[in-house]
Ligand binder design. Structure first.
Ligand SMILES: Cc1cc2nc3c(=O)[nH]c(=O)nc-3n(C[C@H](O)[C@H](O)[C@H](O)COP(=O)(O)OP(=O)(O)OC[C@H]3O[C@@H](n4cnc5c(N)ncnc54)[C@H](O)[C@@H]3O)c2cc1C
Length: 557
């Protein structure tokens, strides 16, 4: 690969090579399998406590469930119904923490909850729930709920169906870019010394009699194999958890369920707030306006096939569209309106009952000795889950390995780009400065600040030699050419899909999935990664295939 000079903060194929070298040379305190939000959170916490950490991810960071969520940092209003008070309280506390440590990525949004005649939960019950929600939040940051009359509701969201509308509520929760939250957590772990490699699959566990003592892995980029010694191995593989546990000869823990979302043009479902509504089967779902799109989700059905094969099928799409058409006046949406879909597999802890009622709480098990497994939970609670897991690992093995019990610092330490107190004021001032001084269109300037936070200047540094890089990649869009270079150099984007799907949201939210800019993005990434024309072409082809797989439901009707 090329040796193009890059500014500071490198996290790229070159650092990847040095991490792979470290894998051969050192026994790590912790070897973490899985680079979703759960593994990322554990890596960061452990590295900040001074433990030596290796993390292996078989695909790109967040390529599993952690880029397929509803993108909400929330208490989970509906869990109050099943009396999961502890989970809601913990989630609301973590919402507060994330607003503090990642204010550039976690943003409060108003939610509208209409109440129709025949709703599974009536007005009174929802009121009681929302009062409890506010009390459990105990925070003034995101605002308290308010009851709305039908007139007020329709003023706020004129597209709501009028027939049977009785009243409603406005309340507040947060949205996040899930893939980027995972990525900055990973980068923070690397900044604290963790050796972190994507496209490295753990193929087996190393044992010394009963105890797990490391992992075997295969580098999926060049096919090479190796082993890494670990005092404790952490299984943070989300829906793949039982595959790893099977290698350790221990019982399964999961009851996976599939959840899909679909993206529609904003003009076909024009909302100003997030609308929480009951779907055709009386489950709570959400319609979320974001940029030029509105996304809708989610389904929740038992899923037993491989998480690698999870896709939206025609029945999933019909169910979501049917629920939308029944709730919004004049919405006659059909599959041809759907821009994109995304499908996640929830790694829920095994429990009997209907899929939607299965607890979103998490479970930690240390079995066999040396293998700690963590499953379940939510994106929102990942930090607290990591703190809990490390507390247990330190309690169990700290003395044996002479680890001193350093306290957890992740709740106070900002994530990369989040080191400021007054984000909105910073965002406003910086956006204006970028418009005036760099000539950026406002949407691009705003996106830059809200994506990279205080790191926006590092991105711009890559455009100093060539101001053309400040042009949007897609005509009229807000993702800049320079980002293809920056993410390859400093955010370990190793394939075109990494860039399109998880460093930016072009794959999901551009009407053409960014395909019009695919060749140019591959060319720019290639200047860092040393791709020749054939490799660039291959990247574009693979990306086309990924887009085709995402929209497969159209052909399967
Ligand atoms: C539809 C849906 C909506 C959701 N919405 C929300 C929400 O709005 N808010 C919220 O808080 N939570 C939400 N969640 C829950 C949340 O997304 C998950 O709890 C969380 O992302 C799980 O993260 P994870 O790291 O445990 O799993 P994953 O993100 O799946 O990470 C596991 C990783 O392990 C890797 N891996 C697997 N096997 C191996 C191996 N052998 N070697 C190396 N790597 C391996 C995988 O490639 C994967 O990247 C939602 C979940 C779903 C499915």
């Amino acid at each position: 690969m090329s040796s193009r000079a890059t500014p500071t903060g490198e996290f790229s194929y070159r650092t990847r090579a040095s991490y792979l070298d470290r894998f051969q040379q050192q026994t790590f305190d912790l070897v973490i399998i899985g680079g979703g939000i759960t593994g990322a959170g554990i890596a960061r916490d452990a590295a900040m406590r001074g433990l030596s950490v290796a993390l292996l991810e078989k695909s790109d960071f967040a390529a599993g469930t952690s880029s397929k969520s509803s993108k909400m940092i929330h208490g989970g209003l509906r869990y109050l119904k099943s009396r999961q008070i502890r989970l809601v309280r913990e989630s609301l506390r973590e919402r507060e923490v994330l607003l503090k440590i990642a204010p550039h990525l976690v943003h409060p949004f108003p939610y509208i909850l209409p109440v129709y005649k025949g709703n599974p939960d009536g007005r009174l019950r929802l009121k009681v729930g929302l009062v409890a929600y506010d009390l459990l939040a105990g925070s003034r940051r995101v605002g308290r709920h308010k009851m709305l009359s039908t007139n007020e509701l329709l003023q706020a969201e004129p597209t709501l169906r009028r027939d049977g509308l009785q009243a409603g509520f406005r309340y507040f929760d947060c949205l996040v870019d899930d893939a980027r939250l995972t990525l900055i957590t990973i980068r923070s772990a690397a900044q604290h010394g963790a050796a972190i490699v994507s496209y490295a699959e753990v193929t087996d566990l190393e044992r010394d009699q009963e105890r797990v003592t490391g992992v075997r892995f295969r580098d999926r980029l060049d096919g090479r194999t190796g082993t890494i010694g670990g005092r404790v191995v952490v299984n943070a593989t989300g829906p793949w958890t039982d595959e790893v546990r099977a290698k350790g000869g221990v019982a399964h823990m999961l009851r996976p369920t599939k959840g899909i979302h679909l993206t529609l043009p904003r003009s076909s479902l024009p909302l100003s707030a997030i609308v929480a509504f009951f779907g055709l089967d009386h489950r709570l779902m959400f319609a979320v306006p974001l940029g030029d799109c509105t996304y809708v989700g989610t389904t929740d059905t038992d899923y037993t096939a491989s998480p690698d094969q999870a896709r939206a099928d025609a029945a999933d799409v019909d169910y979501l569209l049917g629920s939308v058409n029944a709730t919004f006046e004049g919405a006659h949406l059909s599959p041809s309106d759907v821009i994109s879909t995304w499908t996640g597999v929830r790694p829920l802890v095994f429990e009997e009952g209907s899929p939607s009622d299965v607890s979103r709480d998490y479970k930690i098990r240390i079995d066999p000795p040396g293998l700690a497994t963590i499953v379940g939970g939510k994106l929102t609670t990942y930090r607290a889950m990591a703190e809990d897991l490390l507390g247990r690992v330190l309690a169990q093995d700290g003395e044996r390995f002479g680890w001193s019990a350093t306290p957890c610092r992740t709740a106070e330490s900002p994530l990369p780009g989040g080191d400021l107190d007054e984000f909105e004021r910073f965002a406003e001032a910086t956006t204006s400065a970028l418009e005036e001084e760099w000539g950026l269109p406002r949407p691009a300037a705003e996106r830059l600040v809200r994506t990279y936070g205080t790191e926006y200047a590092k991105v711009l540094e890559y455009a100093l030699p060539d101001r053309q890089l400040l042009q949007p990649l897609v005509t009229g869009g807000s993702v800049l050419g320079v980002e293809a270079i920056y993410t390859a150099a400093e955010e370990m984007a190793l394939t075109l899909e990494d860039f399109m799907a998880r460093r930016t949201d072009l794959m999901l939210f551009d009407y053409d999935h960014g395909l019009s800019a695919a060749s140019e993005a591959a060319r720019l990434m290639g200047t860092v990664l040393g791709w020749d024309s054939q490799q660039r072409q291959q990247q574009v082809e693979r990306y086309r295939e990924a887009v085709a797989a995402m929209t497969e439901f159209r052909r399967r009707r």
